[in-house]
Design a protein around this ligand. Sequence first.
Ligand code: FES
Length: 74
Amino acid sequence: MAEFSFSYEVCSCRKVTLGEIVHAIREQGAKTIEDIEELTEAGSSCGYCKSQEDDFGDPKMQLYLDQILEKFTK
Ligand code: FES
């Protein structure tokens, strides 16, 4: 995941960047995808950005909310 900058747009529907999601996790205590959705609106439209299993889009997303959570909640 190191290749993504904080300005990378993870949720294209809601225009939410990696930086905003990391902020929600680290500073606002988000622990689940639902928390992130509530705080940033990421994942609240098509939902494809939530996880690989939720991604029915084409082309596929390159980075998912569950991966970000996994990495930044440790
Ligand atoms: S890309 Fe995040 S809700 Fe559609």
